[in-house]
Write a protein that binds this ligand. Structure first.
Ligand SMILES: Cc1cc2nc3c(=O)[nH]c(=O)nc-3n(C[C@H](O)[C@H](O)[C@H](O)COP(=O)(O)OP(=O)(O)OC[C@H]3O[C@@H](n4cnc5c(N)ncnc54)[C@H](O)[C@@H]3O)c2cc1C
Ligand SMILES: *[C@@H]1O[C@H](CO)[C@@H](O)[C@H](O)[C@H]1NC(C)=O
Ligand SMILES: *[C@@H]1O[C@H](CO)[C@@H](O)[C@H](O)[C@H]1NC(C)=O
Ligand SMILES: *[C@@H]1O[C@H](CO)[C@@H](O)[C@H](O)[C@H]1NC(C)=O
Ligand SMILES: *[C@@H]1O[C@H](CO)[C@@H](O)[C@H](O)[C@H]1NC(C)=O
Ligand SMILES: *[C@@H]1O[C@H](CO)[C@@H](O)[C@H](O)[C@H]1NC(C)=O
Ligand SMILES: *[C@@H]1O[C@H](CO)[C@@H](O)[C@H](O)[C@H]1NC(C)=O
Ligand SMILES: *[C@@H]1O[C@H](CO)[C@@H](O)[C@H](O)[C@H]1NC(C)=O
Ligand SMILES: *[C@@H]1O[C@H](CO)[C@@H](O)[C@H](O)[C@H]1NC(C)=O
Length: 560
């Protein structure tokens, strides 16, 4: 406990006075007795949070730990996969804490305390405490969030990492096979556990992303989406602790409005999810194709012409419902060379057939001589083993921006290629693309949920990343922060149109019109009503989330 607390008494009325000023209470306004009560009511699961770099300075950590998504996500309560979200670049002077600092760390945007919840009661105690004391509240499942929404300055954090429940159902309420997972369970645990039962769910590609946390609330895309739809299309039920501290069920018969919002209405805006139930499919064999190309050319037009070829072949896997994650990197091999990496997932397709399906693109891509093959590999196996990577690395400072690219944009492959050339000329560090739409995602257009309607007419989701190292000066960091909106968004919109939408889990935290871009005007009115019904005092506010327009950037004070 910070000793300052001991000289303050607990007056709930103090919190109320601050509420009238339109700001959250300061944590030092909450007396030590109250914190101790919270600790007691959570069985001693309240901890003081330390910024990750401070921990490495005080206690020590290895380089492997520092970049590990498992260490950052699961072992360090206040750590984000991207350390830039732990910094407060906006205060004057900035409050920073870098790896290998000499003990000169500031707390930045890291929460002060965390409830490491293991039970529903722990979550309820945290929610009730934050509401009663008018505190800024943050929720973290894995800390993977690209918009920094699982941390908040001057906040109390509820970590759901300890919620590791896992139950397989043969028939869930007449929906057939399903699995219920706790909101702390990472994909790296879920896929192998499902393998034991011969089942698979629609889930993401990163090992430590939590299926029942931010992923599902954003909608959740997967290499299996062209075959089986978005993750949210396959969500059957949630249990959630809402702002009033109640633990309720949301599905198509109970609290169905909240069920609608939880499927695409955005992470962290509705309550603390305890568990989610997903439709489960029989596991199947698949092939994962690795296609890595490099070029010696430093001319961005050589990226553009490769991506024109890629766009011309975008429909090559449609008949087999293939999904693909592909990346173009500025400095792929560490010697400054550009690289193209694709991981293509072919459900129910043999390695030989997968290889045949890749050849039209590969042959044309290599024909100009600018690109060479670094690796070409076809791995067959059960989908549970192929779909995720072991421990995706993190610890890179990154801001990003993205757009859903409509299927119709692929009628002009050269425009897509030119978009890539321009994006790299405009400073992009990498451009990631996902063939995770079309097919079943389009067929699921009649599902009534908060999924952005633009998902149903998209073919890919394309993300631009802008990264930097800790030695960059503050003006370059601020430049990185605005680069997508000022320079890169206009380049993408030439191809996608100005209202193409973006995936709220992999977008720009500073998106100029987040309502249209992340949710769509059609859905936002209904989302706002549901928000007001379940969270009338805006306890759950995240960057670019529903209701955030009423709060300042840090979510600490209401704007007029
Ligand atoms: C390497 C990498 C790969 C990725 N791959 C994919 C992919 O294949 N498909 C895809 O769709 N996305 C992918 N993503 C994006 C991913 O969906 C988001 O990062 C998502 O926010 C992660 O959710 P989380 O709960 O694990 O993360 P967190 O950072 O812990 O939380 C993210 C958001 O959800 C909220 N939240 C977390 N837990 C709860 C809870 N229990 N109740 C309520 N709110 C909660 C947080 O407050 C925050 O707003 C990837 C991200 C990374 C870093
Ligand atoms: C909460 O209680 C536990 C066990 O009693 C203790 O170890 C921990 O330090 C306490 N947390 C805080 C923030 O004081
Ligand atoms: C921090 O220091 C360690 C140990 O000296 C070193 O291996 C590592 O590369 C440094 N990391 C950074 C980001 O400077
Ligand atoms: C875990 O699952 C069991 C059995 O399904 C249930 O009784 C328990 O309440 C669950 N715990 C949490 C924290 O969800
Ligand atoms: C998957 O492949 C394995 C090994 O080739 C085989 O034994 C198994 O029967 C296959 N499973 C299905 C569902 O086809
Ligand atoms: C890059 O290639 C294009 C097309 O071949 C050419 O017009 C342009 O001059 C080149 N740019 C540089 C910097 O070499
Ligand atoms: C490429 O990356 C390596 C190490 O990752 C770095 O040393 C080098 O300066 C980078 N080169 C360019 C051109 O960015
Ligand atoms: C894989 O094949 C099985 C058996 O034909 C079928 O039931 C299943 O739907 C297929 N799955 C996918 C994702 O294509
Ligand atoms: C790049 O340069 C290396 C070394 O000169 C050469 O071996 C390689 O074939 C070149 N790659 C391409 C795609 O031209």
């Amino acid at each position: 406990m910070r000793s300052a607390f001991s000289i303050l008494l607990v007056f709930v009325s103090l919190g109320n006075a601050l509420a009238q000023s339109g700001c959250r209470a300061s944590l030092s306004d909450v007396g030590e007795d109250a914190w101790q009560q919270l600790n007691a009511s959570t069985n001693g699961r309240l901890v003081a949070v330390v910024p990750s770099a401070q921990y490495c300075y005080d206690v020590g950590c290895t380089d492997e730990q520092w970049v590990s998504s498992t260490w950052r996500g699961e072992n360090m309560p206040g750590s984000m996969l991207q350390p830039n979200w732990e910094q407060d670049y906006d205060s004057s002077p900035p409050e920073l804490c870098f790896r290998n600092t000499t003990g000169n760390c500031k707390h930045g945007d890291v929460p002060w305390y965390a409830v490491l919840a293991e039970t529903v009661e722990d979550i309820q105690a945290g929610v009730n405490f934050a509401r009663t004391n008018n505190l800024r509240l943050a929720i973290k499942a894995s800390g993977h969030d690209y918009l920094g929404r699982s941390t908040a300055k001057d906040s109390l954090l509820i970590s759901t990492h300890g919620l590791q429940n896992f139950t397989v159902h043969d028939d869930f309420d007449g929906h057939g096979s399903a699995v219920t997972v706790g909101s702390g369970m990472g994909l790296r645990q879920i896929y192998p556990a499902l393998k034991e039962t011969g089942k698979i769910i629609v889930g993401g590609n990163a090992a430590t992303v939590v299926a029942a946390g931010g992923y599902i609330q954003g909608g959740g895309h997967s290499a299996l989406s062209p075959a089986l739809g978005l993750a949210a299309d396959n969500a059957l039920q949630f249990t959630i602790v809402t702002a009033d501290g109640e633990h309720i069920t949301a599905d198509d018969t109970q609290n169905s409005d909240l069920f609608w919002a939880l499927r695409g209405g955005g992470a962290g805006s509705w309550g603390v999810i305890v568990s989610a139930t997903f439709r489960a499919y029989n596991a199947f064999n698949a092939t994962l194709a690795y296609t890595y190309l490099t070029t010696n050319s430093t001319n961005a037009t050589d990226i553009g012409s490769l991506m024109t070829t890629h766009a011309a072949h975008i429909h090559d896997f449609d008949a087999v419902h293939g999904g693909q994650y592909y990346y173009v990197l500025q400095n792929a091999t560490g010697d400054g060379k550009r690289g193209f990496y694709a991981h293509t997932f072919f459900p129910n397709v043999s390695a030989d057939t997968s290889k045949e399906l890749m050849q039209p693109f590969l042959t044309e891509a290599l024909a100009t001589g600018a690109w060479g093959v670094l690796q070409e590999k076809y791995q067959e196996g059960v989908i549970n083993d192929l779909i995720y990577a072991a421990d995706n690395e993190g610890a890179q400072n990154t801001f990003m921006g993205s757009r859903l690219v409509p299927e119709t944009a692929y009628d002009e492959p050269e425009a897509i290629g030119t978009m890539y050339t321009r994006l790299f000329e405009a400073g992009a560090h990498s451009v990631l693309g996902h063939i995770v739409a079309g097919g079943k995602v389009t067929e699921n257009a009649d599902i009534d949920s908060a999924i952005h309607p633009k998902w149903r007419t998209a073919k890919t989701h394309v993300i631009v990343t802008n990264s930097w190292t800790d030695d960059a000066d503050m003006s370059s960091v601020q430049n990185m922060r605005s680069l997508f909106q000022t320079a890169q968004r206009p380049i993408m919109e030439k191809v996608t149109g100005s209202d193409a939408g973006s995936y709220s889990n992999e977008g720009d935290a500073y998106e100029a019109d987040f309502v249209t871009t992340f949710f769509g005007q059609q859905n936002y009115g209904r989302l706002s009503e549901i928000k007001t019904k379940y969270d009338p005092d805006d306890l759950f506010i995240v960057k670019a989330g529903v209701g955030s327009e009423r709060w300042n950037e840090k979510g600490l004070c209401k704007v007029a």
